[in-house]
Design a protein around this ligand. Structure first.
Ligand SMILES: NC(=O)c1ccc[n+]([C@@H]2O[C@H](COP(=O)([O-])OP(=O)(O)OC[C@H]3O[C@@H](n4cnc5c(N)ncnc54)[C@H](OP(=O)(O)O)[C@@H]3O)[C@@H](O)[C@H]2O)c1
Length: 239
């Protein structure tokens, strides 16, 4: 059965631009999935509050999933961090500091694997299951030609390693599960806004477009693809 025909629960983690559009798009194309958005800025009545940097919040997230009556089938993590009012991506070594490294790693690397840990007990070994998380091409070590953005790059590379490792464990435990690590392309969102100048217009996707690309890729993956790092056009990105 195709992913878009699956029945059960789909969790979209992250209430940002891609997360919000992705949950709308998935709701429209997968009528048998109950799509639940989880994050800090919940607007939908069935949404689940989740602060990925707070262990108590992860525990109550886990409890909320346990009360759902349908099987968990699909989880997509769309959370991420690049900058805030006080933290900016580093242009050079002198900009590197502990708080920037910690913040990026906390959301971009620790959160995806902690989400996997929270949801694991709700995966049925008898049903196909899909777990995806948004990484970024700049997390590719072999593709790093420009330098800079130390914390963001390294935290996404760390996410990739954590999820690749997860895919190996789940291959044994949940042979019907697929883990996918996704690059949504450069997408016109709050996260990329200050860094879009050099991006050609036809390479700057809307959140609607990126969401469609992500669902398209996820629906093509099978357990034998588990652990791949894939771009918006379904091409494999080198580690
Ligand atoms: N946009 C691009 O061009 C691009 C390119 C490559 C990769 N990506 C990746 O795609 C993903 C989605 O990014 P986006 O463009 O949609 O950015 P976005 O609009 O900034 O969304 C990121 C979301 O992550 C959430 N988040 C951060 N810390 C959190 C926490 N502690 N608990 C819960 N949620 C938290 C934020 O929630 P709050 O709203 O509560 O702060 C925000 O809504 C990210 O992983 C990003 O790295 C994006």
């Amino acid at each position: 059965m195709k992913i878009l025909d699956w029945e059960g629960i789909a969790l979209i983690i992250g209430t940002g631009d891609i997360g919000t559009h992705l949950s709308h798009y998935l709701t429209s194309v997968a009528p048998n999935l109950d799509v639940i958005i989880c994050g800090r800025n919940i607007k939908s009545p069935n949404g689940i509050y989740l602060d990925l940097e707070n262990d108590d919040s992860l525990i109550s997230f886990d409890e909320s999933i346990s009360s759902l009556s349908k099987p968990l089938r699909l989880v997509i993590n769309t959370s991420g961090f690049l900058y805030s009012n006080i933290i900016k991506p580093e242009k050079r070594l002198t900009h590197v500091n502990r708080s920037n490294l910690l913040k990026n790693f906390s959301i971009n690397a620790f959160a995806p694997i902690l989400i996997a840990k929270s949801i694991e007990k709700y995966i049925s070994p008898k049903l196909p299951f899909s777990f995806s998380s948004l990484s970024a091409r700049v997390g590719s070590i072999s593709d790093n030609r420009l330098g800079g953005w130390y914390s963001y790059r390294a935290s996404k590379a760390a996410q990739n390693q954590l999820l690749k490792t997860l895919s190996i464990e789940w291959r044994r435990k949940y042979p019907l599960a697929t883990v996918s690590i996704l690059h949504p392309g450069t997408c016109d969102t709050k996260l990329s806004k200050p860094y879009q100048k050099s991006v050609p217009k036809n390479r700057l996707f809307s959140p609607e477009q990126s969401s469609q690309f992500m669902i398209n890729i996820i629906s093509r993956q099978t357990p034998s693809d588990s652990g791949k790092f894939l771009a918006w056009d379904n091409s494999v990105i080198p580690w």
